[in-house]
Design a protein around this ligand. Structure first.
Ligand SMILES: *[C@@H]1O[C@H](CO)[C@@H](O)[C@H](O)[C@H]1NC(C)=O
Ligand SMILES: *[C@@H]1O[C@H](CO)[C@@H](O)[C@H](O)[C@H]1NC(C)=O
Ligand SMILES: *[C@@H]1O[C@H](CO)[C@@H](O)[C@H](O)[C@H]1NC(C)=O
Length: 501
């Protein structure tokens, strides 16, 4: 909002300076100051997106199919007012006529196309469309002769061409509008049921002029309506997508959509925040570019920045910590979380705290570092594991604290409209941080702690990651034929979509 106001106040300030006619040096100073401000504004407003969404021509084609059904419904609502008047007919005299109860019974849209207009939007062209009307005719002539019947009107060669602009609304959601439109009707043919042939000649010119005009006038507003009807669906874009009790993701657009000759690209913020605390991450997104792929309707690029903001957010929320107790260790394991097991590695523990159960606290001490490579993603997390003996009265007596550095490989997948993951442990390095039980060799704990991480921590993390993170979605969107690829600096999701209901 601030950014929108600033350039205006800049203009204002410069204008006022000129009007007051201050010394030239002051004008120069104030101008260079404002130029500096402007330079700063243009830097800060060119925010890179964390997530990119690309709609390909295939996606646009699917949109056309949905859109044509809607336009067809709209055109069926064309209302044609009754037409009546008096006309002199040679050999008969004055004829009073009326056409009434006109109703559209069929609308055919056999040919339509959507084209991308780079930098502008979309052009929708409808050609060779036709519609059929039914109505009643009535004439009165020679004072007493009355005749009436029904008629069919076939309107052919309808052409509608409209330009659709796509913009960002004040909430950062896309919005479309019809910005220009032209409609023409090539011909109209009426067929009377009952009635003499001179009737055809009488009415045909009114049909041609009046009806064609009426139809042409109504078509563009109805098409504009059909275009506007897309907006309530676009308004359902989850600009704030709740993830869990700790985090939400912002998916508002950071700039207006860009239209190229092969796609419409949206740049979304793609930043994780702590729920209720909208604090910016202390790093910015770097630019990334989606490859020119066309097989799917939609491509979603999720950058390393988005993943990093997730790591930052969960770490800050203290969500990356876990108490591990013996009951979490598989029954089949000979290694138990008690002072007897640990006493075999560090004899002082068995001596000082005989026969006690133990508890481990695992917590990250900084946000995990996520690295996107070609076809692989690794996460390096460092933290502290603190071991406690549980006294019979429940008091925890600290035994030791170790620094842990782990590296895990992550696989990503799409489940429904969520991005899910699964990790496996690559390696784990332990170093001593503090000992409360005297000296011991940290290396002796390697295998027991690896077992704990593999058997407890990783499975727990995977349950969480399997629940996934919401992707940007609109309405009741279903993703089909979906693939995910990890590339350098981002993940690429290619998918087709289906809208249900
Ligand atoms: C589309 O645009 C790109 C880059 O601007 C250009 O290289 C390409 O030839 C264009 N394709 C068509 C079909 O116009
Ligand atoms: C993942 O990528 C990194 C660098 O891009 C590479 O060093 C590492 O060996 C890869 N790991 C796997 C499992 O392919
Ligand atoms: C719990 O037991 C330990 C060891 O017996 C003792 O040192 C500690 O003071 C006790 N704490 C409480 C709150 O009773």
């Amino acid at each position: 909002m601030c950014l929108l106001f600033l350039p205006q106040s800049v203009l204002l300030a410069v204008t006022v300076t000129h009007q007051d006619k201050p010394p030239a040096a002051l004008v120069k100073m104030s101008l260079s100051f404002w130029l500096l401000v402007l330079a700063f504004i243009s830097v800060s407003s060119s925010t890179n997106p964390g997530v990119k969404v690309r709609l390909t021509e295939k996606g646009l084609e699917y949109g056309r199919q949905l859109g044509m059904a809607s336009i067809q419904q709209k055109l069926k609502t064309i209302k044609i007012p009754d037409i009546s008047g008096k006309q002199s007919v040679k050999g008969i005299g004055k004829v009073q006529y009326s056409l009434s109860n006109m109703q559209i019974v069929n609308v055919g849209l056999p040919k339509s196309a959507v084209d991308l207009v780079p930098d502008t939007g979309i052009r929708l062209s409808i050609d060779d469309a036709f519609l059929t009307l039914q109505g009643d005719w009535r004439v009165k002539y020679l004072r007493i002769v009355k005749d009436s019947g029904s008629f069919d009107l076939n309107v052919n060669g309808i052409t509608i061409s409209t330009s659709i602009a796509i913009k960002s609304d004040e909430t950062g959601r896309p919005t479309v509008s019809s910005v220009s439109c032209a409609a023409t009707v090539a011909s109209a043919h009426i067929k009377f049921h009952h009635g003499a042939s001179w009737l055809y000649n009488l009415f045909s010119k009114f049909i041609d002029k009046s009806l064609r005009n009426t139809l042409q006038k109504q078509m563009c507003p109805l098409v504009a309506d059909a275009v506007s009807d897309i907006n309530p669906h676009l308004k359902t874009l989850n600009v704030i997508a709740k993830v869990d009790q700790y985090a939400e993701i912002e998916y508002s657009m950071v700039s207006s959509p860009t239209v190229s000759n092969s796609s419409i690209d949206l740049g979304l913020k793609g930043e994780f925040y702590n729920v209720g605390k909208h604090q910016e991450a202390p790093f910015s997104p770097t630019a990334f570019y989606l490859p020119p792929q066309v097989n799917n309707m939609l491509y979603i690029g999720v950058s390393a920045y988005t993943a990093d903001t997730a790591a930052f957010t969960y770490n800050k929320a203290g969500a990356l910590s876990l108490y591990i107790t013996d009951d979490m260790i598989p029954q089949s394991s000979p290694i138990r979380l008690n002072t007897r097991t640990f006493g075999t590695f560090i004899p002082q523990i068995a001596k000082l705290y005989p026969g006690l159960m133990m508890k481990l606290l695992l917590a990250t001490d900084k946000p995990p570092i996520i690295t996107f490579g070609s076809n692989n993603m690794t996460i390096q997390a460092s933290g502290v594991v603190t071991a406690y003996a549980i006294q019979p009265n429940g008091t925890l007596s600290p035994l030791f604290a170790l620094n842990v550095a782990t590296s895990v490989s992550a696989k990503v997948s799409v489940s429904g409209t969520r991005l899910a993951g699964a990790v496996t442990l690559n390696k784990m390095d332990l170093t001593l941080r503090t000992s409360y039980v005297g000296e011991f060799q940290v290396r002796t704990l390697d295998s027991v702690l690896q077992m704990v991480v593999k058997a407890v921590v990783i499975p727990k993390l995977n349950v969480k990651l399997a629940q996934g993170y919401p992707l940007p979605t609109i309405g009741k969107m279903k993703l089909v034929n979906t693939q995910v690829k990890v590339l350098k600096d981002y993940m690429l999701i290619g998918t087709d979509v289906q809208f249900t209901g």
